[in-house]
Design a protein around this ligand. Structure first.
Ligand code: ATP
Length: 226
């Protein structure tokens, strides 16, 4: 199992007490599988993604990434794990304004110490996969919102992660572009065999995903119709 969350409970300070954001949540995703997590605002979706990304340590429960149990790893070891095994697509693309599309990707590989030639060929392969081979030399302001989101997605795959975590990728896009981005993420999941978890509040576009689970008040279950 490439991503396994087991009995995750997460609380936040809340006045004099604690608010339970995740309550004994379990989730398993295989390589090449895409699980969509839906749920109303405040139900715990972002918290679930942050725990899966090892950015937040839960009160209890375990997160296993690509066979590595993360409990007890140091901050440095977690950072290393994230760099090599986890790709994260945040809601906002956060591209660097002065870099071209291909450079946005190359930066990731440089941090990881790859040769520039290998980094460039991987970057071009990914830009091609997201339909932007012809826009490799453009800077963010020369790209549309949908194109920027595609660069963002390609960048998350740069270091060949096992796990791909995607937060509300369609929130800034209209219905048609949103559907295209979801279709793209599904295709990339199959092609690069990532264990993908995608968080969204918009379930109308979830036609092609392998599985949909719903978070309600911090608990995970099968989605309720509607
Ligand atoms: N850092 C924090 N400190 C305190 N409470 C928090 C914190 N982050 C989230 N919460 C609370 O935990 C609960 C779950 O929040 P979370 O952001 O995970 O939900 P969500 O489903 O992603 O919501 P949204 O769709 O609005 O982003 C909410 O009640 C929220 O107010």
């Amino acid at each position: 199992m490439s991503l396994r969350l087991h009995e995750i409970t997460l609380t936040y300070p809340d006045g004099d007490g604690r608010l339970t954001a995740l309550d004994s949540v379990g989730l398993e995703v295989e390589r090449g599988g895409l699980t969509a997590v839906v749920g109303p605002s405040g139900s715990g979706k972002s918290s679930l993604l942050a725990v899966a990304a090892t950015l937040i340590t839960p009160d209890s429960g375990t997160v296993t990434v690509d066979g590595t149990e993360t409990t007890g790893l140091s901050r440095g070891e977690l950072a290393e794990l994230r760099r090599h095994r986890i790709g994260i697509v945040f809601q906002q693309p956060n591209l660097l304004p002065s870099l071209t599309a291909v450079e946005q990707l190359q930066v990731m590989a440089r941090i990881d110490g790859r040769s520039p030639a290998r980094a460039r060929s991987r970057a071009m392969e990914l830009l091609d996969a997201v339909g932007l081979a012809g826009q490799a030399g453009r800077r963010p302001h020369q790209l549309s919102g949908g194109q920027r989101q595609r660069v963002n997605i390609a960048r998350a795959l740069m270091n060949e992660p096992t796990v791909l975590l995607v937060d509300e990728p369609t929130s800034a896009l209209d219905h048609e572009r949103g559907a295209a981005v979801l279709e793209l993420i599904t295709r990339l999941t199959h092609r690069w065999a990532t264990a993908t978890v995608l968080v969204t509040h918009d379930r109308s576009q979830l036609t092609a995903v392998d599985r949909v689970v719903e978070v309600r008040d911090g608990r995970l279950g099968e989605p309720v119709a509607g």
